[in-house]
Structure formats: structure tokens, C-alpha cells
Design a protein around this ligand. Sequence first.
Ligand code: HT7
Ligand code: ZN
Length: 873
Amino acid sequence: SKIIQLKDYRPSDFLIDRVELDVRLDPHATRVKATLTIRPNPEGRADAPLVLDGDELNLRSVSLDGRALPSGEYETGPQFLSISQPPRQAFTLEIETELDPTANTKLMGLYRSSGNYCTQCEADGFRRITYFLDRPDILSVYTTRIEADRDEAPVLLGNGNPVESGAIEGTNRHFAIWHDPHPKPSYLFALVGGRLGHVGKSFTTMSGRAVRLKVYVEPGKEDRAHYALDALERSMRWDERVFGREYDLDEFNIVAVSDFNMGAMENKGLNIFNDKYVLASPETATDADYANIEAIIAHEYFHNWSGNRVTCRDWFQLCLKEGLTVFRDQEFSSDERSRPVHRIAEVKTLRARQFAEDASPLAHPVRPQQYREINNFYTATVYEKGAEIVRMLKTIIGEGDFRRGMDLYFDRCDGTAATVENFLDAFATVTGRDLSHFARWYSQAGTPRVTIRSTYDEAAQTYRLDFAQATAPTPGQPSKEPMAIPVAIGLVAQDGSSLTATSERVSPQGVFMLDRAQDSLSFSGVTSRPVPSVFRDFSAPVRTSLDLTNDDLLVLLRHDTDAFNRWQAAQTVAMRLLIGLAERTSVPDGDFDRLAAALRTFLESDARRDPAFAALVLTLPNEADVAQEIGANVNPDAIHRARRELRRMIGTVCAEPLLQLYEELADQGPYSPDAASAGRRSLRNVSLDLLAAADARQGERRAQAQFETASNMTDRLASFGVLMTLPGEAREAAIAAFGRRYADEPLVLDKWFTLQASIQEDGTLDRVRRLMEHPAFSISNPNRVRSLVGSFAMLNPTQFNRADGQGYEFVADMVLRVDPLNPQLAARLLTAFGSWRIMEPERLERARSALRRIAQNASLSRDVGDIVQRSLE
Ligand code: HT7
Ligand code: ZN
């Protein structure tokens, strides 16, 4: 299929200034009348035909300036409508199409979820509603009239402001008209019709305008929408305070739906959400769910400026809105919660998803240069690495210039479809800097590795760090250039006292710019051999090799003023031990003892100050991280055994303080999702897990008791998770009890599916197969498929990567089964094969043959075809 290239971009030959849509909702025969005001683009070609995009559309009629077009004057198929000789001045095109939203299982365009009508147009779903110039640089003012049966769809929502609504006399139907004054690309179009309850409140913007905020959910679940509404209000206030951005319509509506391909969608004034990221109650949602809801509500709201008011010229610029908006939502969560704790969580996700992607056959630049299927580029690289680039920019130019640059960017680009160059230009203007080397972060794929060697000269009291950077080849980029890497750095004395050493190459903010392949940094006035603390707060998305001993690292754990690097130090030591255990290379016993002892001291002296941070320090790198770090010839069983063994050792040495914390941190008072309370729960639950790793029988009793008496989902699920690691009757009883208790709660059953699919035992594949027959499972609901099949593929390294290849074959079967229904979902599942090339030879061959079996299928979607082809290259 066709490859689309960034270098081929050219402006559209036509513009569409106004779109009037008249949508008559019907389960199988929805009628859409689109009246488009079109004119030739002065920047386009003069004699070009008008070619509109379509996808699976039924054309009913087409007329131009009020005249029905005879069939000789246009050409059409399900994928296009073209007029070879359109007028050379402005004209009106009226197109009528008919759709079957009930038959739409792809969840793109207009579809039904639990009987309600909703839309998803990003990236190219609008062409499934009407023929259009479905590209993000076509900005139009939309008016939408929606008509529906009153019983079927009492609530009718569109983009923008409500204009009019009423009954259609003599029928049981009614209508609503919405007008959105802000020109927008078609991917931000949305409508909703259905039976929905809501919660709402009024918000007064910084300039004093009143905005009605509403969150719509399944009737009866309104009490679970308050947290989302509160998060929305806090997001709006934050964007005013931190970025000076105000909301620009009279209403802001959020609708939760049960069938959704991704997390949520930022349609102008009408965000549509996967209900998993809206609905929350203490009994059904965990602390992590609350944090996700807050982050995603904020993310979609922040798109109103970074994405909607300033949109993307083309889909190659996706990171322009996504990377920037992830950065903004991360900053929001950091301000609302604990900054260091949030930073660690961000980096854990980045490493698990983006570093893995960058090391896989699917690696691509943050701004790709080509794609076959754009839906496959909503990736960790575009989102998470895209956010890291924005953060590095801020680190390099400083807070004041960053804000001035953002203001200039919004100012210059408001109402336009912009590029990454436009974004960087704003910062180049305010700082007077040349950012062309920095811009390489957008075009060069792969995670740089920075190697650092240290030399201390006691006589001269100098300390030197030698840096080298290198990036491994990625698909299409065999050789790499050096990157501009901000290294936030400090020196820590062995006894923890502060060091006043200086280097002129380190900025007053403590940042050294590494922009060559090799460079050195010298400090003078260093009175004793220090421990370097580099990449503080994870100042750049790189991997690091440092010549520090474990003892040096434990000094950092104890004394570093940078919380991120305290955590990182413990992770690095643990990673070394895990790799040693997994590869059976010799690790001196003393090394285990010293880590366990350091953690014990930490628990006794420090854990209570910041329980959330302590919980992170006590959580070992996960098995996939260890596999990544090993990088080749991986045996997942050995890694699993190693991690279990290290947990057991730490649980044993730290049993006393862990038990004390477990008892001390017991649930007090009613549940609150705030970060401090969540932090206490997380430390307590990490303690529960380590104690169970050290003593299975006692651990089982403790987990069982917590499971039965828990007063909130966080504690219940954590104890359920611990029970999953302990085979036996107690576990099976808990599984049955959980299943019965939440039989009518699909989102809670998703957690139940996930935890069972994650059991690292031989029987799990059969268990997953059986669960696919469970009445709550549905192959057409993305949340169900992701929680059962996706979790098996992504969260169960030993069973997905079974030595006999059955894990791969099962996931391949599922990809082939889901593909005809929902290609996007199938393609996502398939990305679980991302790490197949790092496996040991036997597994590697089995994974290859499963991938080949998929590739040989004649009727693959473009989505799956693209992923399987790139995975095998
Ligand atoms: N901008 C949104 C992306 C999205 C999406 C993309 C493809 C198919 C379905 C989709 N649903 C949402 C989400 C976001 O980043 O805010
Ligand atoms: Zn987004």
C-alpha cells in the first residue's frame, strides 16, 4: 500500500471555509447532508480537480450551487468523490450520504456504543461521515444540526455553542443545532446522541466569562463522574495560571463511552472519553485510576490550545500537539501531586514503553518522515519522547524564556495549522539562540547511550568527567549524529556533605550541554573524591553507563539532594543484581546484603517522610526492564526467577520495618484519592508484597485478610494482586469471590481479567482461553480485549514468551480475529511482539514464525499489515 512522505507535503488546492451538517440519526440508515463552502486555495494549483476523501460511504446525492450534479460531472467510489472541473471561484457543494452506525465496529466515524451514538474522527474518521478534504490543514467553521428519536437519544451534543433545539412536530423526533465559531480541522468534529445522565457546574474564566461544564455518563453512574468534573475545573484554572490560556466557548462537555479505541479525544468543546478514564468511586477505582483520570481530563482540556487553537499542518507534525500536551499534563499532575514522585512515574513509563519502542523494529523519529498508516504512529515515541523534548527545551533555555516562547508560539500560530519549525522558531526568537542542533531530537530515532568515566586527582583537587554519546542504528537510519543533550549535574560528597566545586561549563542552574560525540568536564576545588549525580531529574531521555560502584550508588540513595537520582541509584544497584542473578554470573553475596541493608536503613529512617517515594524506591525494576537492559539472548524465565529471588531477599532482611509500616499505615477514615493518602496506601501495599515474597504462608494469610476487609478498590486489588503470585486454594477462592462481587461492573472485571492474565504460570494461557468465554468478555469491546488479551501479551513476559511458542500463537490468533472487526485494536495488540528480536534463539524463531503466519494472511488491514511488515524487516 501507499507510503506517505513528509517531503511530499503540499498545500491543498481547495479550502473549505464553512461546513453545515444536517445529521438525522438512525440505527442503520443515518442521513448526513453536508453543505460545504469551498474556494480554490491561492497557494494551490490553478487547474486542479477537487478530490474529496471518503471511506465506506454511500453517496445519495450531490449538488453544486443548488444544481443536482449529473453523474457525468463527478466520479465517485467508497473512497473518494472527485469533480474534474470545479468552479474557479467560491461555490457550495451539497453532499448527502447514508451510514450504518450500528455496523461500524472499527469505532471510527459515527458509531454506537451501548446504544448511544458517538463519533471519533482523529486521525481520518471524518471521511467515514461525509466526503471531505480530510486533512488537518483544512480549517472550517462548523454548524451541526442533529436530529434523533427522542427516546433513543434525548441528549444531543455537538461542537461549540448550542444555538437552538426543539421538537419536530407530529413526530417523536427532536433536534439540536450547535455552532462552533472557531475554525477547526475535521478531525476535531464530534457529535453525540444518546441517553445520558450528567453532573455539572459553572466555571468563571480569568476574564470573567461563565462557562457551563458538564460530564455525561451512563444514567445511574452520575455519582462516579464528580472526580472527573473536579479535575476539569482544576485543569482549567491551572492553564490560566501557568500558561495564561483561557477557555473560549460557553460550554465544555465531556461524554464517557464504553467502546473506544484510545483513552479520550479532544474534539472542540465536546471531549469524548473512554469511560475507564471518567468513572471513579472508591469501591471501583484505584488510586492509579484516579491519577489517570486527572491526567487524561487535563490532557484533553489542554489540547484546546495545544492542538485545537493551534493545530497540525499534517500528521507528521503529530508530536507538535501530542508531545506538547503530554508535557503540559505532566506539569499539571506534578503541580497537583508530588513533583519527584510524578517524575519517577513518568520516567518508568517512558523507559518501559518508549525506550522499548526505540530499541525495536518499530523505532521511528518523534517526527516520522513517512508512514503507511497514521493510526500506527500514536506511539510512546510521539507522545512521551515528544514531551521529553519540550522538557529539555525548558531545561536548556530556562523557565522565563520557556514561558515567553510559549506565549509567542500561541500568539503567532493561533488559528493556524502549524509545524515543529513554527514551534522551535518561537523559542529561537525569544532567546536569540540557534536551535537547529537541538531540532535533531525530532528527526533522529533511537535512544542515545551516554557513557561517563570519572577521574579524581587528589593532589590537584580536580575531578574530571569524560562523556561519550552514541546512538544505535534504527530502521532507515544506519548511522547517527551526536545529539544536544542537557546533563543536569551535581557532585555529592561520600559523607553527604555539600560540595562547592565549580566548572565554568555548568550553568548556574546546574546544566552541562553535551552536544558532541565526546566531551569532558572538569571541576576544581574538589576536596575529596565525590560521587557524581548526573541526569538529575532525568534531564534527557538517554541511557547511561557510569563507572560507579554499588557503594557509590548507595551513597546517592542516602545523600543525593535530587530525589530522582536517589531512586535511580537504588534501581541501578537492583538492576545489576537482577542481571547477575538472571545470567548466573557471580555477584558477591555482600552486594545483596549491602542493598538490603541500605533499603532497611532507608525504611527505618526515611520512608515515613514521603511514603509514595519510599514505595517507588522499594519497587524493583520490572522484568521487561531487565530484559531490555540485557538486550540480547533473553530468557524471561531466568529473569522472573531472579526478580522473585531478590524480592524474597529484600523482604526477609527488611521484614521488621516492613511489618511495622504495614501496621502503621493501615487505612484510617474514609477513602480520599489525594496524593498523600495514595502514597501511604502504596507503601503499605508494597510492604505487603515484599513480606509475602519472604514468607508465602504468612503473606497469603495477610493478603487474604486485607482482600476480605478492604474498604476501597486500591487495597482490595493490591491484596488480590499479591494472592495472584501465590498458587493455591486461597487464590482460586479470591478469584471466584472477586468475579461474583463485581459481576455487574465491567471496568472492575477488566482488572480481574488483567490480573489473571498476568499470572506467571504455565496454566495461564488456558485460563485466558477460558476467560474469553466469560459472559462479561466481548471481542468487540477494546477495553475487554486489552485487559484480557493485551495484558497477557504485554504484562506476562514468561507466558507470552513461552518456550513452546504457544503464547505467540495465541496472540497471533487474536490479532487475526480482531483485525476484520477493529484494525486499530488488532494493530495495537500486535505491537506486543516489539521485543521479539531480543529473545534467545528458540523463542526468537517461534515469534518469527507467528509473525510470518500473520503476514501471510491475504486480507490484513493496512494497520496490521504495516506493523507486521515493519516488525519482520
Ligand atoms: N488525540 C487523541 C488521539 C485519538 C485517536 C487516534 C486514533 C484513533 C482513535 C483515537 N482516539 C483518540 C487522543 C489524545 O492524544 O488526546
Ligand atoms: Zn493528546
